[in-house]
Ligand binder design. Structure first.
Ligand code: ARG
Length: 469
């Protein structure tokens, strides 16, 4: 029969199904290293301020370290009966060092303990995701570097709109990733606040030193209110919001790669290292990687929604509902990390742009029509009038199966006397792109400057990583 720490207060044992239902050890084992570090800091503090003898605190810290080694060697496998990682560690500590182990839980509760653990966990994971975002950006930048002068059709409403430098298109995702990186940095400040020492909900009568444990664990601040601190999961929701946006960005890029790889577009081919075959159609090469990334985005959005709903009806302070935060958080972290890794590989070696097909694509449509209107406007024709004239030109061309570049000078001049020989240069795709040299535009000079800017951002110093232990 399971003996729970609270068993003295109860008449009979828990139903075995309820033991399983209540347990979180199957997933919160993920927190073990953070739980151990948090407990070590707490034990040291108990010794430091004299709540327990210093010598005993040292034995506790060493016992916890031994559990860490056991875990790392695969020898710490707590049973379901342990309920959660906090009880599992405490139980093992008592097995290892006896009576002294029973003093560890003085002046704290599992409520401030679990809050500490998930904050330490999330702080580490955020640092890793930010690192991965940097890798993703630098992969896109490398790719952009060789494609400054490669042209690609630009779309609005998924209709051909204006041609672009392919580098400009890729750099759009570098900017999105930059905001993701910043956002996670801002959230990290609110994650990095210590709830340790808040007790179950009201603080503790012991003369603890919260500053001491916070410093040991590299927290940057302390929760000011015990009720708030033990039951706050805002930081987790903020993280899921930021994680969702990362997935939105990865999913949009995925969607584009999938379109580009289709026979209809043919802008990229997938290399063998990142594409898969069909079990029945031998000719096929499938974009599984971007499809999976697009598909997995739903999980992260779902977890965000799940946690919002989890929190909205909770009275202060801790409620067992909060145990449900962990799987949402862990799964989101793993999903984002796996997707960032896969997309980085895909962009580095999984796709090959097809320059010939791209060149043909930008030459075969009316995406230079705006430039004809701009041409007239630059010669003093009011833009709206120019726009209407070009509308007529496009209509005529369509009815004759021609493109703008196929019109003779006489035909141009019949449409408007301001057209001259230089109209042909003005509507050549390369010129159309080069001309858009306004700040943030696709003009080659702008793109070169943008590349320099984003590169220097990457080489600027990253914040230090806090890792425990
Ligand atoms: N396993 C619990 C959780 O994840 C730990 C905190 C339990 N606290 C309590 N008062 N039952 O939330």
């Amino acid at each position: 029969m399971t003996v729970k720490p609270w068993s003295q207060r109860f008449e009979s044992a828990l139903h075995p199904a309820i033991v399983a239902f209540n347990a979180s050890i199957t997933f919160d084992i993920e927190l073990i290293e953070y739980d151990l570090s948090g407990s070590q800091a707490h034990a040291e503090m108990l010794g430091q301020v004299g709540i327990i003898p210093k010598a005993e605190a040292q034995v506790i810290v060493a016992g916890l370290e031994q559990i860490r080694q056991e875990y790392r060697q695969g020898q710490f496998q707590p049973a379901l009966e342990a309920e959660d990682i906090h009880f599992a560690v405490e139980r093992r500590l008592i097995e290892l060092i006896g009576e002294m182990g029973k003093k560890l839980h003085t002046a704290r509760s599992r409520n401030d303990q679990v809050g500490t653990d998930i904050r330490l966990y999330l702080r580490d994971q955020i640092a890793q995701i930010r690192h991965q975002l940097r890798d993703f950006q630098s992969t896109l930048i490398d790719l952009a570097e060789v494609h400054i002068e490669t042209l690609i059709p630009g779309y609005t409403h998924l209709q051909r709109a204006q041609p672009l430098s392919l580098a400009h298109h890729l750099l759009a995702y570098v900017e999105m990733a930059e905001r993701d990186w910043q956002r996670l940095g801002e959230i990290a400040c609110r994650v990095n606040v210590s709830p340790l020492g808040l007790g179950a909900l009201a603080g503790t009568p012991f003369p603890i030193d919260r500053q001491f444990t916070a410093e040991r664990l590299h927290f940057e601040g302390l929760y000011a209110n015990s009720l708030d601190g033990v039951s706050d999961r805002d930081f987790a929701i903020e993280f899921l919001g930021a994680a969702s946006l990362i997935m939105v960005h990865l999913s949009r890029l995925s969607e584009e790669v999938i379109l580009w790889a289709s026979q209809e577009f043919g802008f990229v081919t997938l290399t063998d290292s990142c594409a898969t075959g069909s079990s029945i159609m031998p000719q096929k090469k499938n974009p599984d990687v971007p499809e999976l990334v697009r598909g997995k985005s739903g999980r992260v959005f779902g977890h965000l929604q799940g946690l919002l709903v989890l929190m909205k009806g909770l009275p202060l302070a801790y409620n067992k509902d909060l145990q449900e935060d962990k799987e949402a958080l862990f799964d989101s972290v793993k999903t984002v990390q796996a997707c960032l890794e896969a997309m980085t590989i895909l962009m580095r070696e999984g796709i090959e742009f097809q320059p010939q097909r791209l060149e043909q694509a930008v030459a075969e449509d009316f995406s230079n029509a705006t430039d004809v209107a701009d041409y007239l406007a630059a010669k003093g024709v009011p833009f709206r009038e120019a726009y209407n004239i070009v509308g007529q030109v496009v209509k005529t061309c369509l009815s004759q199966g021609k493109l703008l570049k196929d019109l003779t000078l006489a035909e141009w001049q019949a449409l408007h006397p301001q057209f001259a020989e230089d109209i042909y240069a003005a509507i050549a795709p390369r010129q159309v792109v080069a001309a858009r040299n306004s700040v943030g535009g696709t003009g080659f000079d702008q793109v070169r400057q943008a590349l320099e800017r984003v590169r220097s951002r990457l080489t600027s110093k990253d914040e230090p990583r806090h890792t425990v232990p």
